[in-house]
Write a protein that binds this ligand. Structure first.
Ligand code: ACO
Length: 325
């Protein structure tokens, strides 16, 4: 019998501190930097984002999202035999955030590791977990996207600091004799490193280079729109499906204009697109599972729906996962 991987539960977590665009105007003004609610909404669709407090890490947000996903799935933490965390904002240089998360969930023994593909991280992590489940190496996985991007932001750079937020999303992915994940498609091109990066690194007890986020927004925009269409079409083709089969598109939540443009290219109306960027900003690897969980809990995405997830991020990396929920 063919073995598939299927999502059996979703969860998410947002830190309590919520900053509206008006709050960001005040925060930036204190540093002599001007922005406005109108500019942010018109160019990005973002109205609010959540930031963690001091002492809260990606693993804390991940643990809460995982507890919700386990409960929704009816799975005990002790049944989990694989944890993959997608993050670019790990708690430590090492060990992995997945190892720290495993301990916070009160379990031990199963393999755990992080995936670093920036905003495509959850797509990469889901792809790896799907492969491990289909080949019989795992049966019940927690696949997580968790980020504290607020720690990487330069609050004197208005072109980037208004775009990002913190959060986590998780799914329980388990072996099933029916799909589940129908197709995956992942890519990268390392020549684009410079247009979106955090160039600093730790060396000899000091941070060398700039440890804050740098982005050429227009270059990212142009690249994102092209690759998101390509990877969506590739995933559909691999599954023998077309755009008409898609009930919900859940794109990486970076910018409403990128999402609108992708939906238009795929001839999908915006009422088939899950949008949370207005309330969460860009939470990088967390954005897709966060949006999925919100759509599930809002009664939008239902059991049996065909859902297309797609992401693009630093690297550059990009990819898509097509699944029956
Ligand atoms: N408030 C007010 N004005 C601003 C702000 C701000 N926060 N930021 C920039 N401006 C100004 C600029 O200084 C510029 O002013 P000037 O004309 O006087 O020089 C003007 O607005 C226009 O700036 P542009 O950069 O041309 O604005 P653009 O329309 O390209 O929008 C944006 C910028 C929103 C960053 C857009 O390029 C974008 O969304 N790019 C994609 C970014 C993205 O999605 N990144 C993440 C993807 S991958 C990942 O998630 C990690």
């Amino acid at each position: 019998m063919t073995r598939f991987a299927r999502i059996s539960g979703t969860g998410s977590s947002l830190p309590p501190q919520r900053l509206t665009n008006a709050d960001m105007v005040v925060r930036l003004a204190a540093r002599g930097v001007q922005t406005s609610d109108d500019w942010i909404v018109e160019r990005t669709g973002i109205r609010a984002r959540h930031f963690v407090s001091d002492g809260v890490f990606a693993s804390d947000l991940a643990a809460e999202a995982c507890r919700q996903a386990l409960e929704a799935s009816g799975t005990k933490a002790s049944e989990i035999d694989l944890i993959i965390v997608a993050t670019s904002t790990p708690d430590m240089v090492f060990p992995s955030t997945a190892a720290i998360l495993q301990h916070k969930l009160g379990i031990a023994g199963c393999p755990v590791f992080d995936v670093q593909a920036v905003c495509s991280g959850f797509i990469y992590a889901l792809t790896v977990a799907d492969s491990l489940i289909r080949t019989g190496s795992a049966s019940k996985a927690l696949v997580v996207g968790a980020e504290v991007f607020s720690r990487l932001l330069d609050f004197t750079d208005r072109t980037t600091c208004v775009l990002f937020g913190d959060g986590a999303g998780a799914v329980v992915l388990e072996a099933s004799d029916t799909p589940g994940i129908l197709a995956t498609d992942i890519h990268a091109d390392g020549k684009h490193t410079g247009i979106l990066c955090v160039p600093g690194h730790v060396s000899g007890g000091a941070v060398l280079g700039d440890p804050l986020l740098k982005m050429d927004g227009q270059a990212v925009f142009r690249l994102a729109v092209g690759v998101l269409e390509d990877t969506a079409r590739a995933a559909l083709a691999k599954a023998g499906k077309t755009e008409a089969d898609v009930d919900w598109l859940i794109p990486h939540q970076a910018n409403i204009r990128i999402m609108q443009s992708t939906a238009k290219k795929l001839k999908l109306p915006m009422d088939k697109v899950v949008v949370t960027v207005d309330q969460h900003g860009n939470t990088s690897a967390a954005s897709i599972p966060l949006a999925l969980d919100h759509a599930v809990r809002a009664g939008q995405v239902r059991k049996g729906d065909t859902v297309l997830l797609e992401g693009v991020g630093g690297g550059f990396t990009w990819g898509a996962v097509l699944l029956d929920f």
